[in-house]
Write a protein that binds this ligand. Structure first.
Ligand SMILES: Nc1ncnc2c1ncn2[C@@H]1O[C@H](COP(=O)(O)OP(=O)(O)O)[C@@H](O)[C@H]1O
Ligand SMILES: O=C(CO)[C@@H](O)[C@H](O)COP(=O)(O)O
Length: 480
């Protein structure tokens, strides 16, 4: 069997698959996010380890882990985990959706070397500007930084004792020469760091280290199980759903919203705010547009009205309604693609007496769909083509949301059959590649449960809705 561990923002998932790639067992443990100030988003790395321990305890109770031949890792990207020379964590990890480093990001982005070498905008949520923020606001901590690790790579350090990262996640730091697949020493130097502060790099399908003997004994693994490089959660999910060739793409409705497309080669287009990153497989690259709040926005609204996300979407029924008068802009903590605006905040526009919970829920789902349509326009502007689009992530369980998204994007969307095709599955596949020498051929697309097609009678109304959303977006910039 092969084990995938996915360190998501809302929880850690462990998935065991067999040689036939069928699931054998799974377990998960929840995680929460701390928001100590506006735009801040943190987690304690100790909570990640505790979640991994809880998930492995549950998995070991269900399955014989001595059959595991490889472990793969997937995780939320961009987070800064700062360690001192003895490997102690220096402060809570600063996460991907934390925008405190907006000024530092703008400063680095104004230096042409960053876009030239990384092929990307330096977004506030990326790792390099966070280190500049720490150097300026917490100089005592910065002086003690010996290693900077991404979230799943901290999990790897605990699992193997080795500081290693892989290309897909490293591409989101603003320190990687993304075309050359190596750290850029000139860029590291611009934030007061050097290669010595960085983990060693491998490809996602290569062995990065081996499970520590005490952990192997604790959960009944054989000694020295190989741990694969794995991938950032989006690249790992792409391996899980077979999005490894140009033309194939997925939309993810998780805490963030992501439109991810495999590309022919490295295709930088920083002016569009599209991310152009290494894929988790050697010599492959991808693009993605990222919005900071997808299910995060639905969960936020659910907390206000005291209802869960599944309850809110189920209450809408199956039939797509035309866009309502109420418009929602989902920028709860700023936005990445296409705005690159850390200061913008969300809005409800067009509230009236008739606005009830269902109407506001529809507005939230529509706002997220419009924001993803902006990502689609940004990818299209770079010349990237999307021929097959799959939906993944917790929000894709909602038929209403996928019908809406298909109508707004004007394209078919396929939902995989029930099962877990997210980051944990992709990580398990990467573990299988590292352990057996298999390659991209095992990253096949999943069986499709249902195709969602645009509702032709509503396409025009939603095109008008998208135009209204874009007008509102321009109007509120600087106001919120
Ligand atoms: N039926 C549903 N309708 C809409 N959203 C849902 C439904 N079921 C789950 N979700 C959303 O999916 C989210 C989890 O998605 P997931 O992809 O696991 O997120 P992440 O990887 O960011 O942790 C939940 O927080 C919830 O908002
Ligand atoms: O920042 C990004 C991608 O650039 C996010 O997609 C994170 O990687 C977190 O993902 P989820 O927790 O929403 O899956």
């Amino acid at each position: 069997m092969y084990l995938g561990l996915d360190l998501g923002t809302s929880g850690l998932k462990a998935l065991l698959i067999g040689e036939d790639q069928e699931p054998r067992a799974e377990a998960s443990a929840p995680l929460s996010v701390s928001r100590p100030a506006s735009g801040w988003s943190e987690q304690a790395p100790a909570d990640w380890i505790a979640a991994a321990e809880a998930a492995l305890d549950a998995l070991a109770a269900e399955a014989d882990l001595s059959a595991v031949r490889g472990i793969g890792l997937s995780g939320q990207m961009h987070g800064a985990t700062l360690l001192d020379a003895s490997g102690e964590v220096l402060r809570p990890a600063i996460l991907w959706n934390d925008t405190r480093a907006a000024a530092e990001a703008a400063e680095l982005d104004a230096d042409p070397a960053f876009r030239a070498i990384t092929g990307n905008i330096v977004f506030p949520g990326f790792t390099a500007p966070k280190l500049l923020w720490v150097a300026r606001h917490e100089p005592g901590i910065f002086a003690r930084v010996a290693k900077v690790l991404l979230p799943k790579d901290y999990l790897r350090l605990w699992l193997t004792g080795e500081a290693v990262s892989e290309m897909s996640d490293a591409a989101g730091t603003s320190w990687l020469d993304v075309g050359a697949r190596d750290w850029s020493e000139p860029l590291l130097a611009k934030t007061g760091l050097s290669r010595a502060h960085m983990p060693r790099l491998v490809e996602g399908s290569e062995v990065s280290g081996h499970l520590r003997p005490e952990l192997a004994r604790r959960w009944g693994f054989l000694p020295s199980v190989p741990v694969a490089g794995g991938g950032g959660d989006n690249a790992a999910s792409a391996v899980g759903v077979g999005v490894v060739e140009a033309g194939r793409a997925f939309v993810s409705l998780g805490t963030s919203g992501v439109l991810f497309a495999a590309t022919e080669g490295f295709a930088p287009a920083p002016e569009t705010a599209v991310h152009s990153f290494c894929h988790a497989l050697p010599d492959r690259w991808h693009q993605m547009g990222v919005i900071l709040a997808a299910t995060d926005a639905l969960n936020w609204f659910g907390r206000l009205v005291g209802q869960g996300p599944a309850e809110l979407t189920a209450a809408l029924g199956a039939e797509l309604q035309p866009p309502g008068r109420t418009l929602f802009l989902p920028y709860l903590g700023g936005e990445r693609t296409p705005l690159n605006d850390a200061a913008i905040r969300g809005a409800f526009i067009g509230l009236e007496h008739a606005t009830d919970t269902a109407a506001a829920t529809r507005a939230v789902l529509e706002g997220v769909a419009f924001a993803i349509a902006d990502c689609a326009a940004a990818l299209a502007a770079t010349g990237t083509r999307i021929e097959h689009l799959l939906a993944v992530g917790g929000g894709s369980r909602s038929d209403y949301w996928l019908t809406l998204l298909a109508t707004v994007l004007g394209t078919d969307i396929a939902r995989p059959e029930a099962g877990d095709y997210g980051g944990a599955f992709g990580a398990a596949r990467l573990a299988m590649m590292a352990a057996t020498g298999a390659g991209a051929e095992i990253a096949t697309p999943p069986p499709v449960e249902r195709h969602f097609t645009p509702v032709a009678e509503l396409t025009g109304a939603f095109a008008e809705g998208l135009a209204r959303y874009r007008a509102a977006q321009s109007a509120i910039r600087g106001l919120t």
